[in-house]
Design a protein. Structure first.
Length: 391
């Protein structure tokens, strides 16, 4: 973990019945069911590649079949988790938005979700930044003004992250030409085909290699860390994002790196009701076999135990994960204090939601606006960070 990340990370942060441990395949002291199911970003992304690499280790070591179901947007990755059809979702900021009941999760069909974290990844690259066609003449965030920027349908976490990075230069979606695409892969194609100039994604995202090798070439946008006001604007939208020097990704000099922002990706999320033994043993396997998969996919090195940020998470950890962290001696009093704060935040959000829906408007737009206002007021009342633009 880079020094600046370590010092500033402070703001971060059904199926199991069918997978009963009675049918476990066992090896050493790790006990896992014969099949475990994850959802992840689409094929070709670093999150999917890491999930497959981890699955290969689980198969070799324990005979476990890790099924990885790709989902092209936030809802398609978290819907099967909520329904208990997958055990974990290896995604990104959508876990935070689902906890918060924001964006696509602030609708009558969703609302705040009691999600839990098992582990996360802080890579040598970054979770999200802006990549551009090298011929677009974009070097700084200010250069994005008037340029064609992709907007992914059904992916509010990606679009909100793009908006946050635009705010670095006091820009918004109204200041760029929005190019709507149907999924993350569509964003890449839009840049390659010269229908867009800029796309958001992780620094070491494999599809960025396609932009780099295209006639347009690839260039990352710079987000210098010496502009504190710009940093504060970004983090007012995404308090779990922090300044970070990325050293991994196409065109990035590993000796110099580039100044960007980052957050956990993938973030291995699960339900609060997920079986504690399954979560415990999953975390144990990921930790004990780290050396077996860390070099098997772009960014997989970020699953290291010393990058877990146990004291800075913005979503509570699952009790099964906490049990393992306590067992190996890395769960501190500060981590427990942060955990209790996060659990309290979820309680406030869900109690507020239950009160709100008793007499909420039926019009979808009015419903969401009213919820954002009720959510903001409740968080303020309990001295909890409301997150900017949530009302």
């Amino acid at each position: 973990m880079t020094p600046n990340l370590r010092s500033t990370l402070g703001a971060l942060g059904g199926a199991t019945a069918a997978l009963a441990l009675a049918g476990n395949v066992q090896a050493t002291d790790v006990e896992l069911p014969g099949t475990v199911v994850w959802s992840a970003y689409p094929t070709g992304t670093s999150g999917y590649a890491q999930s497959v690499a981890i699955g290969s280790v689980l198969q070799n070591e324990y005979g476990v079949n890790l099924r990885v179901i790709p989902g092209r947007n936030d809802v398609s990755r978290l819907s099967p988790l909520r329904a208990g059809r997958v055990n974990f979702s290896a995604g990104g900021s959508e876990a935070v938005y689902a906890q918060e009941g924001m964006l696509n999760f602030g609708t009558v069909n969703w609302g705040p979700q009691p999600l839990r974290i098992a582990m996360w990844n802080i890579s040598d690259g970054c979770s999200f930044t802006m990549a551009t066609g090298a011929d677009a003449g974009i070097e700084t965030a200010a250069d994005l003004e008037g340029k064609r920027v992709t907007w992914v349908q059904g992916a509010p976490s990606l679009n909100n992250a793009t908006r946050a990075l635009l705010s670095y230069a006091n820009l918004d979606w109204d200041d760029v030409e929005r190019v709507d695409v149907g999924g993350y892969s569509g964003s890449i194609e839009a840049v390659i085909d010269n229908r867009a100039d800029a796309v958001g994604g992780s620094c070491n995202s494999a599809p960025f290699l396609r932009i780099e090798s295209s006639p347009r070439g690839l260039q990352f946008v710079a987000f210098p860390h010496d502009d504190q006001e710009a940093i504060d604007r970004v983090r007012s939208h995404l308090p779990w994002y922090v300044p970070h020097v990325a050293t991994d990704g196409p065109t990035i000099d590993p000796d110099e790196g580039i100044e960007v922002f980052t957050s956990p990706y993938p973030m291995l999320a699960t339900r609060d009701a997920e079986d504690a033994d399954l979560v415990y043993n999953t975390v144990k396997a990921l930790h004990q076999h780290y050396d077996d998969y860390k070099d098997s996919a772009p960014g997989a090195i970020g699953w290291a135990m010393d990058r877990q940020g146990l004291e800075e998470a913005f979503v509570p950890y699952h009790e099964g994960a906490v049990r393992y962290f306590e067992e190996i001696g890395v769960w501190t009093d500060a981590a427990q204090e942060n955990q209790e704060q996060n659990l309290r935040r979820q309680e406030v959000l869900m109690e507020t939601w239950e009160r709100y829906i008793e007499d909420a408007p039926t019009d979808p737009e009015a419903f969401q606006e009213g919820w954002m206002s009720a959510r903001y007021d409740a968080l303020q009342e309990h001295d909890l960070v409301p997150i900017a633009e949530s009302w």
